[in-house]
Design a protein around this ligand. Structure first.
Ligand SMILES: [Cu+2]
Length: 162
């Protein structure tokens, strides 16, 4: 209580705004960096796609998403120059029959969490392939996140075990 009346308060007073200004500048710089890197805090690894023989047919793509952003994000949709349409699917066991169910709302990824898209589970469905996908090729897939925005990845086409 008594401290407030002492001169020290006045001397310390002006220093506080400077630290606030510095903090604001640093926060601004961090935001700028995050914006420039196009959602750097969402990390995509192991992007791959299965070979697919038919132009106009379908293909499956898989990858792992890591959320290092400190806030919940959501994979909302995806696009690819390799296919007319890209859907988010989940393979489910429907009374012994494996069935792919579209997931139009995508998937949430918790802060610090990871989401694995893999054969027999959640996956990216390439619908209406522009051309067949051959092993050794690379295709581009753009992932649209609710907060991180669009993140473009290169997926290598290769045989993938179930
Ligand atoms: Cu599918």
């Amino acid at each position: 209580m008594k401290d407030r009346l002492e001169p020290r308060t006045r001397r310390d007073g002006p220093r506080l705004p400077w630290s606030k200004v510095l903090a604001a500048v640093l926060a601004g710089a961090a935001l700028l960096l995050a914006a420039c890197s196009g959602g750097r805090e969402i990390i995509i690894t192991d992007a791959m796609a299965r070979p697919a023989p038919l132009e106009g047919g379908t293909g499956g793509a898989f990858l792992t998403i890591r959320n290092e952003s400190g806030q919940t994000d959501r994979l909302r949709s995806a696009t690819s120059s390799a296919a007319q349409t890209v859907e988010l699917h989940e393979t489910v066991d429907d009374h012994g029959v494996m069935r792919m169910v579209p997931q139009p709302d995508g998937w949430e990824v918790a802060p610090g969490g990871r989401l694995e898209l893999k054969p027999g589970g959640k996956h990216i469905m390439l619908v209406g392939l522009v051309r067949p996908l051959a092993a050794g090729e690379t295709i581009e897939i753009t992932l649209n996140f609710e907060k991180a925005g669009a993140i473009r990845v290169q997926a290598s086409v290769r045989e993938i075990a179930k």
